[in-house]
Design a protein around this ligand. Structure first.
Ligand code: IVH
Length: 706
């Protein structure tokens, strides 16, 4: 042993050996202390060993071990975790709720792939683990980074914590140089119960369910706490790879298993939707005895080349779907119906319930959707719940599935009071008293108060500061509510006047409860920083009905600059003529969205508020996607007629991947028309406008895919 030798006297070999011994001793001491609640050495001894370890590392920095004890305690940054940008976005999954959804999924993939109905299309089927997803990055076989999903693009760096999980190997062999393994961190039921018992005994925090316990345990700033928590990891997917893992999903998962990852042994290969559903039923039957929570079955196209062809929507892969287990149910009393007014004036009825536990969570509010739903009809006017309406005082069935907002599903008429009255949906806005009207074809009744309605004002402001919009640090829903309530802000432009109005003078932000000199200045700085802002965020931030994040991006890319965008919105006011046609030609913009945009810019008050906002900003032009070497990058392409070698959706996805913009209609902005057999008016218009027209083979030649 070298412990008695002064650090300054140690040779390199002695130092290496002692660091290894210290890592082991300290890890064992940590386990004994945190996991087993049975410390083996005194705190003072523990501290002395840690100090010695740090001193040796300071003298021989190159010998610092990847599992160094100095990285494991108090190593996490004081203010939360550092952020990690995922090399490949972490996706979520689309959902199927019944067999028809599964059949529709298979049918849509077959259409997309042009896959004959009688030819097997194989899928893997595996349990959907109810935990939290984690991405593990290995370089040359060594675990170098672990990150939570976060928003899919950026997650939290939880490397030190992940290293403490037994089922996550820190070294693997036989792997590509770069391998990101993705999967789910979860907690087994028995471990969860033991953890809660020991937490209770210690007077610590207990958890509502294993998923929360897993999340709370992984996201600990002190990795030693994570080490003491019984977490496990199932690998089911991957991110960046320096070389492919295999040709199929099944083989890839088996390779991960062979490298030492835990993979789920209920994963099966299915050739038909019947097989998939049979396996779903088999897994469902074992659900209660698995020992860990699952909330459905995930189907994935087995062939990885087909997965690549199918690609992704904005947040979900086309080639996979989660078949969820039915929601969990409970009965309780409907105490009241409250009406909430949303950003676009929609009146949403909310059920206030006598609290009841549904699937482990206490539920006291649930959505009632809209007035038809309460009356016993769906949005098409067809009878639901056998026509039973919902009345205050009724016994109602509440259900929730996963994170979905709880819903009121059914009513027990046998328990209805004799004097219960049908619910009269308000025809005026409960917030501002303006008329609430229901337009034809709209399931929702809306307040007509516009910006005079305080509820709409606040919701619009909340939307304006939300993440995908202006995302102003320190200005969240809570602060917006506070400022709006006190009439400090009424519209987005006012946010940019906060410093001028409340940075000095009689009323100052820094003097308000919860604020100080520093936090106030920080907020003003954060606001000022956002004066320079990308076009897409501004469009989205306006909160125009039907204009979501994706549409805002498309509009920004299409128009390029704020000036071009508002000019177009003014020119299209008549809903006729070239500007209107051009708007409708934007991929993803339909009549409804276009009309909503026109209405927003046509309304005097709203358009003046938009002008006031724009005057305070420096709006950055949108960049056109530039795909290197692509012959169609930045070009606007229209497909028409029948395509024989690919589906329309596939053609569109490919063109977009090459940086082209795909439009639904021909205009002077169109660069290229791809016309298959049966092309009609669009081909004619293209000829009139002198637009280059090619056939499907010409297109495939052009993009190098023939
Ligand atoms: S595959 C690109 N497989 O479910 C494919 N996800 O609701 C991405 N999940 O974010 C996911 N079990 O956290 C996949 N066997 C499984 C899964 C699974 C649980 C989680 C995952 C995902 C979420 C989507």
């Amino acid at each position: 042993m070298t412990q008695d030798i002064a650090v300054s006297e140690l040779t390199e070999d002695q130092a290496r050996a002692e660091l290894a011994a210290l890592a082991e001793t300290l890890a064992a001491a940590n386990d004994a202390y945190h996991r087993d609640d049975a410390p083996e050495i005194s705190d003072a001894e523990y501290d002395a060993l840690k100090r010695r370890n740090a001193e040796i590392e300071a003298r021989f920095p190159s010998l610092k071990r990847p599992d160094s004890p100095s990285d494991q305690v108090g190593a996490a940054p004081a203010e939360g975790f550092s952020k990690v940008t995922h090399a490949v976005r972490m996706m979520s999954l689309g959902n199927a709720f019944d067999e028809t959804d599964v059949e529709d999924f298979d049918a849509s993939l077959r259409r997309y792939l042009n896959w004959p109905g009688d030819e097997p299309l194989a899928y893997t089927a595996e349990p959907k683990i109810d935990g939290l997803s984690l991405s593990l990055r290995y370089e040359n076989g060594k675990l170098v980074q672990a990150a939570t999903r976060g928003d899919g693009e950026m997650g939290e760096n939880v490397t030190a914590n992940a290293r403490t999980i037994d089922t996550i190997p820190t070294e693997i062999s036989g792997a590509p140089d770069v391998l990101e393994v993705r999967g789910e961190v979860y907690m087994r039921h028995d471990d969860f119960e033991a953890l809660n018992e020991s937490q209770q005994a210690k007077g610590g925090k207990t958890f509502a369910n294993p998923r929360n316990a897993a999340a709370g345990s992984l996201r600990q700033l002190n990795p030693e706490i994570t080490r003491a928590r019984p977490l496990a990891f199932f690998a089911y997917s991957w991110g960046e790879l320096s070389e492919p893992l295999a040709d199929t999903q099944m083989e890839a998962i088996n390779r991960l298993r062979d490298m030492g990852f835990q993979t789920n042994d209920l994963t099966r290969l299915c050739d038909t939707t019947q097989d998939m559903i049979a396996h779903y039923r088999a897994i469902e039957a074992q659900r209660a005895t698995l020992g860990y929570d699952i909330d459905g079955v995930v189907y994935k196209v087995n062939r990885l080349d087909l997965q690549a062809r199918l690609g992704f929507r904005s947040t979900t892969p086309r080639w996979a779907i989660a078949h969820k287990f039915p929601a969990e149910l409970a009965w309780t009393r409907l105490e009241a119906i409250d009406i909430q007014v949303g950003r676009t004036g929609a009146l949403s009825p909310v059920a206030r319930l006598t609290p009841v536990t549904v699937g482990g969570v206490v539920v006291s509010n649930a959505t009632l959707h809209n007035e038809d739903y309460i009356a016993g009809r769906d949005s098409k006017g067809e009878v639901i719940r056998d026509g039973k309406d919902i009345r205050i005082g009724d016994w109602v069935q509440v259900y929730r599935a996963g994170d979905v907002i709880p819903k009121v599903a059914d009513v027990d008429l046998s328990k209805r009071a004799d004097d219960a009255e049908p619910y009269a949906f308000p025809t005026t806005c409960p917030e501002c008293g303006s008329d609430a009207v229901r337009e034809e074809g709209d399931a929702v009744r809306r307040c007509t108060g516009g910006l005079i309605c305080p509820a709409q004002q606040i919701e619009k402001l909340k939307h304006f500061v939300s993440r995908a919009a202006f995302d102003i640090e320190g200005l969240g829903a809570k602060q917006v509510e506070q400022f709006a309530r006190d009439c400090w802000i009424a519209e987005p432009a006012d946010i940019f006047e906060l410093e001028a109005n409340y940075g000095s003078g009689l009323q100052q932000l820094k003097n308000r409860e919860g604020w100080g000199e520093k936090s106030a200045q920080k907020l003003f700085d954060a606001i000022n920083e956002r004066r320079k802002i990308p076009l897409a965020r501004v469009i989205f931030g306006l909160g125009i009905r039907h204009v979501g994040e994706q549409a805002s991006n498309l509009l920004a890319t299409h128009y390029g600059s704020w000036d071009a965008f508002i000019t177009a919105m003014q020119e299209a006011q008549g809903m006729d003529g070239p500007a209107w046609d051009d708007l409708l030609g934007v991929d993803g913009v339909g009549q409804v969205m276009a009309a909503s945009l026109i209405a927003a810019f046509g309304q005097e008050a709203e358009s003046a508020a938009i002008d006031r906002l724009a005057a305070k900003l420096s709006i950055q032009d949108a960049e056109k996607p530039q795909i290197e070497g692509s012959p169609v990058a930045g070009k606007t392409v229209v497909f028409t007629g029948t395509l024989e070698k690919m589906t329309r959706a596939e053609a569109k996805a490919r063109a977009e991947a090459l940086g082209a913009k795909v439009s639904g209609s021909v205009s002077s902005k169109t660069d290229l028309l791809v016309a298959g057999p049966g092309a009609g008016s669009k081909a004619k218009k293209a000829t009139e406008l002198g637009i280059e027209t090619i056939d499907e083979d010409g297109w495939l030649d052009l993009i190098g895919a023939s």
